[in-house]
Write a protein that binds this ligand. Structure first.
Ligand SMILES: [Zn+2]
Length: 448
């Protein structure tokens, strides 16, 4: 025991000496030259790679790894000595430190490099910034991208969520609220969501794409998000409802800009006891208006576009024109048209054994403008469904069904161009080609 104590004592002395040797009262700015921004990734889970703790975590700006603490013997402290890495960022306070000297870099805002790192963790905006959005930006590799039109990694797993976050990020009232405010006191969910949207609009991304794996993992573990099956519509509804139950301010923005109302009148077949025909009227609010596609028998062998049935979107909307197809069929009437009208094209029979393989593949024809009642709308976003056929090796993984993949097409009203986002890739898209895909969700914005 005595021996142990002694050994520990001498170990301590040794460490102290090392620290003393490199200790100086002023932060050593020369260390900033060792920072490698290309190695930094602030999308991943913010936990110490040694203790796995999420508390008091620092990012080593030389290698990009996360370590806990900065006191002596802490993983960050030891890392700084072992690896000779000295510049660290506290991921909560966004303060920079030189370790192991434990010197706070107090005038970080004067150092452009440190500013750019802070912005990468937590982008901030002022109203004037937003006026110039979207604009062409360049990442660290000098690769051009448009902020707001950002691709994501791991599309095979989270493409449904990428689509929904992109749609939301392009609804101006929501976007502006998320970009211009801080959400530190509004709980972890809104805070994390706001950071995703702030990053989507960042003009200073280190890489031209993002990852939301950590955000979705957080939703699953902490916020009870466990939908199965999952598609962008389910996720959008889950997210909207979650937002409304968490923030009154955002709820009112969502209600204002996205909530529509449909009046449904139902008629009975038989006169009731009073002799009149039953007439039940309900007003139903909606976030997403489902449009049913006409039934068709799956074609045998043709894969060409010519063989696919097509229908014009205006035909699908006649259901809501307050007219009766028969004396007993319900009558639908849109009584509130929101600023952003979201359509869902009903393709999947989720009770089917193979909902994806047996989906309704009808193509929907549409132009970029639409008149509903007296309101004029412009198409802003189009989420399309494509399939990934199971390969021979993972044929059993999908239980014989095909696997869905989601691609997001967004309209940039500044350049009047369509941009398609598929995984990390973004490409320009001809407007005329949009309807050649299986559109699944559309966002239309009311014209002023
Ligand atoms: Zn390091």
């Amino acid at each position: 025991m005595e021996v142990d104590k002694k050994r520990r004592h001498s170990e301590n002395e040794l460490k102290q000496e090392v620290v003393k040797k490199i200790k100086s009262p002023e932060p050593n700015y020369a260390y900033l030259e060792t920072v490698v921004r290309e190695k930094l990734d602030f999308d991943s889970e913010k936990i110490c790679c040694i203790t796995l703790s999420p508390l008091n975590v620092y990012c080593c700006l030389v290698c990009g790894h996360y370590y806990q603490g900065r006191h002596e013997r802490s993983p960050a402290f030891i890392h700084s000595i072992d690896e000779n890495h000295h510049v660290f960022l506290n991921l909560t306070s966004l303060k920079f430190y030189i370790l192991p000297q434990n010197v706070h870099i107090s005038h970080d805002s004067k150092v452009q490099l440190l500013n750019s790192i802070k912005f990468a963790v937590y982008p901030t905006y002022c109203p004037r910034d937003l006026e110039s959005f979207p604009r062409q930006c360049f990442d660290l590799n000098n690769r051009a991208y448009m902020n707001g039109f950002i691709g994501f990694t791991n599309a095979a797993t989270y493409d449904y969520a990428h689509s929904v976050l992109l749609l939301m990020s392009h609804m101006a009232p929501l976007r502006d609220h998320f970009l211009l405010n801080h959400f530190d006191n509004q709980g972890e969910f809104i805070k994390r969501l706001s950071i995703c949207i702030k990053k989507i609009w960042s003009p200073k991304l280190f890489k031209h794409y993002l990852s939301i794996d950590d955000f979705v993992a957080y939703l699953k573990v902490k916020e009870g998000f466990n939908l199965d099956p999952i598609d962008p519509r389910f996720f959008l509804l889950w997210l909207f409802n979650k937002i409304c139950s968490t923030s009154n301010q955002l709820k009112s923005i969502l209600n204002q800009s996205c909530k529509g109302k449909v009046r449904i009148a139902k008629f009975g077949n038989e006169p009731d006891t009073s002799g009149s025909v039953t007439n039940k009227v309900i007003a139903k609010p909606f976030w997403v208006l489902t449009l049913d596609l006409p039934e068709f028998s799956p074609f045998e062998d043709g894969n060409s576009v010519d063989d696919l049935p097509q229908i014009n979107i205006t035909k699908l909307l006649t259901k809501f024109a307050n007219s009766r197809s028969s004396s007993t069929s319900p009558v639908f009437e849109l009584t509130r048209l929101p600023q952003f009208l979201i359509f869902h094209f009903n393709r999947f029979d989720r009770n089917s054994e193979h909902p994806v393989k047996n989906r309704n593949q009808t193509l929907v024809e549409f132009s970029s403008e639409l008149e509903i009642l007296d309101a004029k709308y412009r198409l802003k976003a189009n989420v399309v469904h494509v399939i990934i056929k199971p390969s021979s090796t993972d044929g059993n993984t999908f239980n014989g069904d095909e696997k869905s993949h989601w691609i997001t097409q967004l309209y940039d009203d500044k350049s009047e161009k369509w941009i398609e986002i598929d995984g990390i890739n973004t490409t320009d898209k001809e407007a005329e080609l949009l309807f050649l895909n299986e559109t699944f969700i559309q966002v239309w914005e009311k014209k002023k």
